[in-house]
Design a protein around this ligand. Sequence first.
Ligand code: ADP
Length: 615
Amino acid sequence: MNPRKRQPVRGEPRLKRGFLGVFAYSHRALQLVWTTSRTLTIAFAILTLVAGTLPAAVAYVGSLIVDAVVAAIQADPVDRAALTQHALFLVACEGLLVAAIAGAQRGIGLCQSLLRAQLGQRVNVMILEKALTLELEHFENSDFYDKLTRARREASSRPLSLVMRTFGLVQNAISLISFATLLINFSPWAVAVLILAGLPAFLAEAKFSGDKFRLFLWRSPETRMQLYLETVLAREDHAKEVKLFGLGPLFLERYRAIFRKLYGEDRDLTIRRDTWGFFLGLIATATLYAAYAWIALSAIAARITLGQMTMYLMLFRQGQSAVSAILSAVGGMYEDNLYLSTLYEYLETPVDSTRGTIVRGPQPQDGVRFEQVSFRYPGAEQLSLVDIDLHIKPGESLALVGENGSGKTTLIKLLTRLYQPTSGRILLDGKDLREWDEAALRQRIGVIFQDFTRYQLLLGENIGAGDVQHFEDEPRWREAGEKGMAQPIVDTLPDGYRTPLGKWFNDGRELSGGQWQKIALSRAFMRSRADILVLDEPTAAMDAAAEATVFEHFRTLTRGKIAILISHRFSTVRMADQIVVIQEGRIVERGSHEELMRVNGHYAHLFSLQAKGYR
Ligand code: ADP
């Protein structure tokens, strides 16, 4: 498909057009390379300089050799010995120069590979560091995700490539200037022809680079789908379902189909690029041979010596490859700049800078308050929460009840400031969450979401993750493990808390869903300083007996704290001081179990439904 016919996607970076676009990111790339390793950059620069000047010297010495040989042939026997010796000396000099060029080129290659390794790591770290400062909202936004994928896929190799090309440009420019200085003695026209003949191929190159970049931008969603299919097909946590449902061949076919589509586009572009490249390249070849004829005729007419003829031919030939190297470096730089624009666009994603500062509220006895809170997910049409009013005092427990998708988890995401309310406000200890220092706020809250993370790390570290300051603190793991009922699991494992979990790495142990939940629960108890504990369906995979024990524990351990719990089991829910029923983002009923049963509304209906099931 012709890339120009595709519709542009949202989030497409502004393409810097024109010649200046070529240099838009060059200084930043250079800075990046320079700060990554000064020594290597300096060595790289010096070697580039050396490799740039020596070829002209070789051409010059070459002409001296031919002239010395011609002179020796024509000389009388007395002088011939001296002239022969001189010619041999010049040959040796040329040999040394060529060896020096080879040495410089090796050195350049070496610097490049070392820089590439360091720079790849550096850029990846930059990308990940930026990821740490982003809001959850960014990760849940597909345009943004495309940006991240693009930055990660290409951008780590591009800064070096840009610098290599810049240096290559300088090197070839030096060569070209030195060639031109020698060639101008033959004719200034030769120099002009030399440079002009390369232009058409260059213009074509620049145009196709732009097309290729646009292809790259447009196909991010497809590339991401391909990466995703790879994950589903080749990762342990998906293998079970993929096998049982026989999804493998289907997904693989989709994977192939994406490749075929991308390949088709690539092929068309490459064929066009190469066809144009070939025909425009012919112009350069024709010029070269016209110049050859001109130089040969000049030698026949004895306007130049044989030595000069060889030199001019070599200058013209090498000059032409320097010109095409320069032009393709500029084309490549244009391309690198386009790719780097995606990296910098990602790195410059604005993050909310209105960060609060307070670490303590004026009314600690007030607890958590929601005032007329409504919330709409970015890009969503409907509100997920509507006019929520809630008050939970320290020492109280709150249970949220409602159907799937009614907004319970969203409410928790707002409380933990993963998202900000669209309207209304949430207060903690009498102060708006927006005014709180993020770290201070998060330290007060311990949350286990229903889709908690199963870290492929040690069991103890999975618990320790609840409190970064005690991530590796074994006594604390034990304490939290007791509270979260993980201890019995630990006792069955030979390495106890030091058992690696998950199957990604050697000797990892896989746990059952319920066992994982106990680990997650223990993680919540690691957060001993937190005085707001939130459990979002943490016990759904546990057996009923385990759940009952968990909540007895939970109640004793959270005495004096705020406990918020989301559960579909009414045996658990009924223990909460305050029960809030949410339907389509609105609070429809609230009160204690007894009160709600008396009202005989939605809650009472759901409760009796479940009770019937148990009877
Ligand atoms: P619950 O926890 O009660 O099952 P949620 O709070 O997860 O429900 O979801 C409430 C509503 O918000 C649902 O309609 C859901 O489709 C929507 N929703 C949840 N997460 C997102 C998201 N990241 N982006 C857009 N909409 C979302």
